[in-house]
Design a protein around this ligand. Structure first.
Ligand code: ATP
Ligand code: MG
Length: 395
């Protein structure tokens, strides 16, 4: 029944001369996600509206699912587009639409007409009243409720007339590419993929870094991170995943520093390294999946001690989220099942039995002095021998 979709998008921050930047980024992302979908599509922009039209046969479900992954889209409306051939024909088209959608249904409705074509011979109130009346006559189960209708029937009078009543929710947010690029610290856990998704949803492109500690962490643990990055890339587009061999650094810290401070010091080195890669690759901020109180290193003093080494902004979108809420998002974006696969990650290999929960920045800095210049060499080696994997989305 449907050959086209009307795309609704948020208006925040798109006023004035920036609007086209937002719209063009949205359209270019829509083209990307639709390219592997069965069908041929044209996307057009007209008077603050974006339409997707399919030529001939196409896969409806796949199309909707793809558009639901485009940040910036708040609603996807399957529409019927008809030529303007006078009011009588329009009203037949609308009744035909209603029969297809709501035959035998008992519900309330309201007609909402938008008269974008200022030359249309009737005004929007007249169209509402006339069409509403004809619907009442033909559908015994439908009654009018102008305040909270169950069915909101939209009629948009333009060069072509657009009829719709269904709005499928989109992910919201801002189109990718409208807010620079950031570096996600991606582990195999539940949190970091969700953190990356949330920041990308604000229009930020992402790259990622994973700290791998072979042989303490296996190839399968690394593969799990690659798989997670692929899932995230369905939303964020291609990701450069930098895999850092962290083993020597971890071992050296283990040899030189107090064991109850290991996790914090390791985390400080992760941040330092992520920051160096970020600066070399045009990323303007770091992103982590940290959340207050979740583990010993994520108490407020722990976060402060980790943050002490950061010069770039660090985005922690999950900072005040409960685990349950994070899991809900992980399930929605389909990373949860992969995240809970039981492969060890490098932080669990070297954890102390009793890690400090109230690290003092001064003490940690002093402990790090034991690392001398050798740590700089190890960091340089880890950076120069890193593997970079080009992640494309998994379809
Ligand atoms: P996650 O579920 O994301 O693994 P977590 O609750 O297990 O988080 P930590 O292990 O303390 O918490 O890690 C906190 C954050 O540090 C992670 O969300 C991630 O951003 C980053 N991180 C931790 N381990 C690694 C790693 N091996 N490689 C890359 N980033 C990591
Ligand atoms: Mg983890």
């Amino acid at each position: 029944m449907f050959q086209a979709f009307l795309i609704k998008y948020g208006e925040i921050g798109v006023k004035g001369k920036n609007r086209y930047v937002f719209e063009d980024a949205l359209i270019s992302r829509m083209k990307r996600v639709l390219s592997p979908v069965d069908g041929t599509f044209t996307i057009t922009k007209e008077q603050g509206r974006i339409y997707v039209e399919a030529e001939g046969a196409f896969d409806y479900e796949e199309t909707v699912e793809a558009l639901q992954r485009v940040f910036g889209i708040v609603g996807i409306c399957p529409v019927v587009l008809v030529e303007d051939r006078g009011f009588e024909t329009l009203s037949e088209d609308v009744l035909h639409y209603m029969h297809q959608m709501y035959e035998g249904v008992t519900k309330t409705f309201k007609v909402h007409t938008r008269r974008a074509n200022k030359h249309y011979p009737m005004d929007s109130m007249e169209v509402n009243a006339e069409i509403g009346g004809r619907i009442l006559q033909e559908f015994p189960g439908l009654t009018v409720d102008v305040h909270q209708p169950e069915i909101m029937l939209h009629i948009e009078l333009r060069s072509q007339i657009c009829i719709y009543s269904e709005v499928i929710p989109g992910p919201g947010g801002m189109p990718l590419g409208t807010n620079g690029r950031s570096m996600l610290l991606l582990s195999g856990g539940i949190d970091s993929p969700v953190a990356g998704y949330m920041v990308a949803r604000r229009g930020v492109c992402i790259d990622a870094v994973y700290f791998h500690a072979p042989p303490y962490t296996s190839e399968r643990a690394k593969q799990k991170v690659v798989d997670l990055a692929r899932k995230v890339a369905r939303y964020t587009g291609p990701i450069h995943l930098h895999v850092i061999n962290f083993t020597d650094i971890q071992m050296y810290i283990y040899d030189q520093c107090p064991h109850d401070e290991l996790t914090i010091i390791m985390r400080r080195y992760m941040m330092r390294i992520a920051q160096k890669i970020a600066e070399n690759t045009g990323c303007l901020a770091l992103i982590t999946g940290e959340s207050i109180g979740q583990v010993a290193s994520q108490t407020v003093p722990g976060l402060a001690a980790t943050n002490d080494v950061c010069t770039l902004p660090v985005f922690r979108p999950l900072i005040a989220f409960d685990k349950e809420d994070i899991v809900t998002i992980a399930k929605k974006i389909d990373t949860y099942e992969t995240s809970i696969l039981p492969y060890e990650d490098c932080c669990t290999t070297f954890v102390a039995k009793h890690p400090v929960t109230k690290p003092q920045v001064e003490r940690i800095r002093r402990s790090e002095l034991a690392l001398s210049e050798r740590i700089e060499e190890l960091v340089e080696t880890a950076l120069s021998t890193r593997e970079t994997i080009e992640i494309r989305c998994s379809e």
